[in-house]
Ligand binder design. Structure first.
Ligand SMILES: NC(=O)c1ccc[n+]([C@@H]2O[C@H](COP(=O)([O-])OP(=O)(O)OC[C@H]3O[C@@H](n4cnc5c(N)ncnc54)[C@H](O)[C@@H]3O)[C@@H](O)[C@H]2O)c1
Length: 261
């Protein structure tokens, strides 16, 4: 049986770890070629090796998504190496910074966070997504091709977390997704976001190791367990595929029921 992304090319930022890697492997199983982009080239190369092992074409690319020109180069390399870009998953991101030296998970407050730390989160989580979205959408529109753009937002897009910089960045990703969805609908480009709950990846390692904060995370999650990166990849696959052909500008929450009410 043909895969749901047979013949497609997916570009995945943050593809070297966690949710991005899970998307790369799931999309490859469904027939896609994968350009794995990450600031960590060794990690991207390892994901690419796993895609190759699944019998699909891969291309690891090093990129710092906060650098707009580097995003243009990333798209150029993807198109030169794999022929196109049909799907973007913008998963490169960082969590909120923690106060250095503290034993337990200790985020800064709005009043105490050093401004360069706040800016770094916004640079990576918001400008990085904007730059990768622009680079891909420009290629798609110039080449008159439709496509699917999927941005990693968060449950924190709609709730104030103890790490304000993170929530602010993810709220920005949500609105950016809607603005682009509106702007690109006429070009056959769908733009959606995923807002996961608490997922077992390196990003949440410190949170999961802190008993008190982990208890809090589970107390706001009715299913009372962490999600797996593969469960987010399944949501991304839906949004990337033709099954989501009438979805644009949406924010889907695979979160174990955080917003159940
Ligand atoms: N894990 C969760 O619980 C969770 C929940 C909600 C949203 N998210 C979001 O999902 C996305 C993926 O998170 P994850 O949990 O897989 O994290 P992760 O730390 O496992 O992976 C993030 C990847 O992004 C890469 N990266 C960081 N900065 C980069 C940059 N400037 N340029 C290129 N690559 C860069 C890292 O090298 C890493 O490989 C992030 O946007 C995160 O905010 C995660």
């Amino acid at each position: 049986m043909a895969g749901r992304l047979e013949g497609k090319v997916a570009l995945i930022t943050g593809g070297g770890s966690g949710i991005g890697r899970a998307c790369a492997l799931r999309f490859a199983q469904e027939g896609a070629s994968i350009c794995v982009a990450d600031i960590d080239l060794a990690a991207a190369t390892e994901t690419a090796r796993q895609v190759d092992a699944a019998g699909r074409k891969s291309l690891p690319v090093q990129v710092d998504t906060t650098n707009e020109a580097a995003n243009d180069v990333m798209v150029k390399r993807c198109v030169e190496g794999l022929g196109a870009v049909d799907v973007l998953v913008a998963a490169a991101g960082v969590g909120g910074p923690r106060v250095p030296g503290s034993d337990s998970y200790q985020p800064y407050t709005v009043l105490t966070i050093p401004m360069e730390q706040f800016r770094r989160v916004i640079d990576i989580n918001l400008y990085g997504v904007l730059f990768s979205n622009r680079a891909v959408a420009r290629w798609m529109t110039e080449n008159r091709r439709g496509g699917s753009i999927i941005n990693l937002a968060s449950i924190m897009s709609r709730m104030p977390s103890t790490s304000a910089a993170y929530s602010v960045s993810k709220a920005g990703v949500w609105m950016l997704t809607k603005c682009l969805a509106h702007e690109l609908a006429g070009h056959g480009i769908r733009v959606n976001a995923i807002g996961p709950g608490f997922i077992e990846t390196p990003m949440t390692a410190a949170l999961r190791e802190d008993a008190a904060r982990s208890r809090w995370a589970m107390s706001v999650t009715p299913m009372a367990r962490y999600g797996r990166p593969e469960e987010i990849a399944a949501t991304a696959l839906f949004l990337a595929s033709d099954d989501a052909s009438y979805f644009t500008g949406e924010l889907l929450h695979p979160s174990g029921g955080v917003f159940v009410g």
